[in-house]
Design a protein around this ligand. Structure first.
Ligand code: SAM
Length: 361
């Protein structure tokens, strides 16, 4: 087994769970920097059918890579229980992700269970779109509100090279159309921009989706995990992206929909809709980050760039009462002080962080 794979496994050991402050065990929580616990991203599988070079490079995630055995993965009942506990702490936004969430068998049943348990929640899912055509209707019927679809290029050769699974653009576009027909709108299209790889596609993507009601969001290539060979030189700053699009289709800044929104919004002056940019490298938004992440194996992470999480699954499986798990979540969140992107250096970027496919993008 390679050193990288051994290190990836070691990074899964849980941190000790701190006690909650008695006065704040239930109800809305704030962390050590005053940030609320508003969103929970739930990774439902660590597997993916793509091998995007910036996320799950084939050299590491190859035939010999050991994904989590089924017994280690949270069951649907466990996921719903955790989601309900988060809801009790004021969390209203839940996103299913992975890995590729549509690979998890019965995913629409999980959506239906979450919808029944949390009728007022905003329930969304992020997918690579490869199986969206056949899932869109059943996901909507189960109660999903919206989807975000990742698509890094409209140029087939570029896209096939980036997903490293020879998957064609046309099928993802069919998935987006099916999601639109099913009412999973507005659809967000995530494009991770890497200099010299797909940045020549920035304006084409804008042109293609202008006027469709879908919102393209350009994401700066990030130093998540420790296997994607990240270098600052590969990052195309959001300011440059806005400049390039604006030169073709004039843009103006738009107000955030809510405090803590990840994407900065830009509106076309001619009414063609909007695009977003996610600048987690060049303009860190840690100060408004309200997101927690639940990994496929039931660990809670308080930052996308964390090295370790807190083992909630052991509590769930040891028969802990809901109140005890709620206390654990409170204790973890109250002590949260993460602000990785604000203090990123070349040194921290080389650190051994947990992989995005494992804790959920
Ligand atoms: N499989 C699903 C998908 O493709 O959307 C969900 C998981 S994926 C990890 C979630 C998002 O993270 C995708 O939009 C992906 O492009 C993005 N992502 C992965 N690695 C990234 C990186 N190093 N920098 C920026 N975004 C990244």
């Amino acid at each position: 087994m390679s050193k990288t794979v051994i290190a990836l496994r070691e990074s899964r050991a849980g941190l000790p769970i701190p006690p909650a402050d008695a006065a704040l065990r239930t109800g809305p929580l704030a962390d050590a920097r005053g940030r609320a616990l508003h969103d929970l991203r739930i990774s439902v599988t660590d597997r993916c059918n793509f091998r995007c070079t910036y996320c799950m490079p084939r050299e590491v995630f190859d035939a010999g890579y050991e994904f989590l055995p089924h017994a280690e993965i949270l069951t649907f009942e466990e996921i719903v229980r955790v989601a309900r506990i988060f809801h009790g702490h004021g969390t209203r936004k839940f996103r299913l992700t992975g890995g590729e969430p549509l690979l998890r068998r019965g995913i629409d049943r999980l959506v239906a269970m979450l919808r029944e348990a949390l009728p007022d929640a905003d329930l969304t899912l992020t997918t690579n779109g490869s199986a969206l055509k056949s899932h869109a209707r059943s996901l909507r019927d189960a109660g999903l509100d919206r989807v975000t679809v990742s698509l890094d290029s409209l140029d087939d050769a570029t896209f096939r090279a980036m997903n490293d699974a020879d998957f064609p653009v046309a099928k993802v576009l069919e998935g987006i159309e099916a999601a639109d027909r099913a009412g999973l709108a507005p659809i967000k299209i995530n494009m991770v921009v890497k200099r010299g790889v797909n940045d020549h596609q920035v304006v084409d993507m804008a042109r293609h989706f202008r006027g469709s009601g879908h919102i393209v969001r350009y994401i700066e290539f990030m130093d998540v995990g420790s296997t994607n060979g990240w270098r600052m030189d590969d990052v195309v700053p959001s300011a440059e992206i806005v400049r390039r699009i604006g030169a073709q289709f004039p843009l103006e800044p738009a107000e955030a929909n809510y405090r803590g929104e990840v994407a900065e919004r830009w509106r076309y002056l001619d009414g063609g809709g909007e695009v977003g940019v996610i600048s987690s490298v060049t303009e860190a938004f840690c100060s408004t980050c309200t997101r927690a992440r639940l990994s496929t194996d039931g660990h809670l992470y308080t930052c996308l760039f964390a090295q370790r999480g807190y083992d909630l699954k052991s509590l769930l499986r040891a028969g802990a009462a809901d109140a005890a798990i709620a206390d654990a979540v409170a204790g973890i969140w109250q002590r949260r002080a993460d602000r990785y992107s604000e203090i990123r250096t070349a040194e921290t970027a080389r650190g051994r962080k947990v992989e995005m496919s494992f804790i959920g993008g």
